[in-house]
Design a protein around this ligand. Structure first.
Ligand SMILES: O=C(O)CCC(=O)C(=O)O
Ligand SMILES: [Fe+2]
Length: 340
């Protein structure tokens, strides 16, 4: 029996581009500058961000809300001309956070956008459970398939979370927001997004059938392996790489290694990475730009770049966003509303 191929949509899934007009950028920047940094009362702060972002022009606001709430909207959005902090301290060299950051416009842009998509959440095994992650090159991780890497291509993946259930897609964020504070020295670090609808269209039916079969075990994220499992690989239950309806497929791929069951599955995995490269959108993030990434509709990747570890390296801030925390309440850290 042949598994259903993903339906060939007539046009490739698009990248949503949102350019804030200068007066909108300036008003947003002024309002965010008057708010404190993400401290203890995050629910109050998220409420204030919502009030600020609700003042965006209605078409812009609706595009961002539609991006978060509908199955048929793009999987990746590029917001440009967002406000930035008046002064930026050195890029943290150790994976962050920066002790020298005294203004919080960037955090406001990141968390405000996140609040339009869902709720920012933290995971104890990722960046110490912080809500705002610093994505910066770290010397020891330069070659790694993690956000600390720089000198290797970070393969197409989605951000998954180890879960005792054996399913690493269960607790994973629905969205990532990546906001650029500083580009890499040479301006060559590209972020890529391959939409599952386009991936399916690029693949032959036999390969898709294999990818839709539970023949793949995902290795847990590098941070989990490093910090919790003392370097040992921890594989998920066997899962398919692609699932769901033909018109709105979900795709999942661990960055940190996938064990494929048999030669056909291994071959399908290679073809999946090739298809991603062929269909991906490419974005070179610059300060004042953010990338909204649907972590279920597609896979993302990053090109190599040269890190100098001189305080001026590439610096992104990132959130993990869930539309609902209800399905992951079993793993909530007692006493915390957003930490899992
Ligand atoms: O550095 C990038 O552009 C993307 C890194 C990444 O995959 C992530 O932060 O999840
Ligand atoms: Fe990632």
């Amino acid at each position: 029996m042949t598994a259903p191929a993903c339906e060939a949509a007539s046009v490739p899934a698009t990248l949503l581009t949102v350019d804030l007009p200068d007066p909108v950028r300036d008003a947003l920047g002024e309002r965010l500058a008057s708010l404190p940094g993400p401290g203890r009362d995050i629910d109050w702060l998220m409420t204030r961000y919502l009030q600020v972002f609700a003042q965006l022009p209605t078409p812009v606001l609706q595009q961002l809300l539609d991006f978060g709430r509908h199955a048929d909207t793009p999987g990746v959005g590029h917001l440009r001309n967002a406000p930035v902090d008046p002064r930026l301290p050195q890029t943290p060299g150790d994976g962050g956070p920066s002790a020298d950051k005294t203004t919080f416009v960037a955090e406001g842009v990141l968390l405000g956008l996140s609040g339009l998509l869902g709720e920012p959440v933290g995971f104890t095994t990722e960046k110490n459970g912080q809500l705002v992650h610093d994505v910066v090159p770290v010397p020891g991780g330069a070659m790694s398939q993690t956000n600390q890497g720089s000198s290797v291509f970070l393969n197409f993946h989605n951000d998954i979370v180890h879960d005792a259930s054996g399913r690493y897609d269960l607790a994973s964020p629905d969205f990532l927001v990546l906001s650029c504070l500083r580009a890499d020295h040479d301006g060559v670090a590209g972020t890529y997004y391959a939409d599952a609808r386009d991936i399916c269209r690029a693949l032959d039916p036999a390969t898709l059938e294999v990818l839709r079969s539970p023949l793949f075990r995902m290795n847990a994220p590098g941070s989990y392996i490093r910090d919790v499992a003392r370097g040992a690989e921890v594989f998920s239950d066997p899962v398919p790489m692609i699932s769901g309806p033909e018109s709105s497929p979900e795709v999942s791929a661990a960055a940190n290694g996938i064990r494929a069951d048999g030669a056909r599955a291994r071959d399908a995995l290679d073809r999946l990475q090739q298809a991603c490269r062929a269909v991906a959108h490419e974005v070179f993030l610059r300060p004042g730009e953010a990338l909204l990434i649907n972590n279920r509709k597609g896979l993302h990747a990053r090109s190599p770049f040269t890190a100098r570890y001189d305080g001026r390296d590439r610096w992104l801030q990132r959130t993990y966003v869930r539309r609902s925390q209800w399905p992951i309440r079993h793993r909530a850290v007692p006493g915390s509303r957003r930490l899992h």
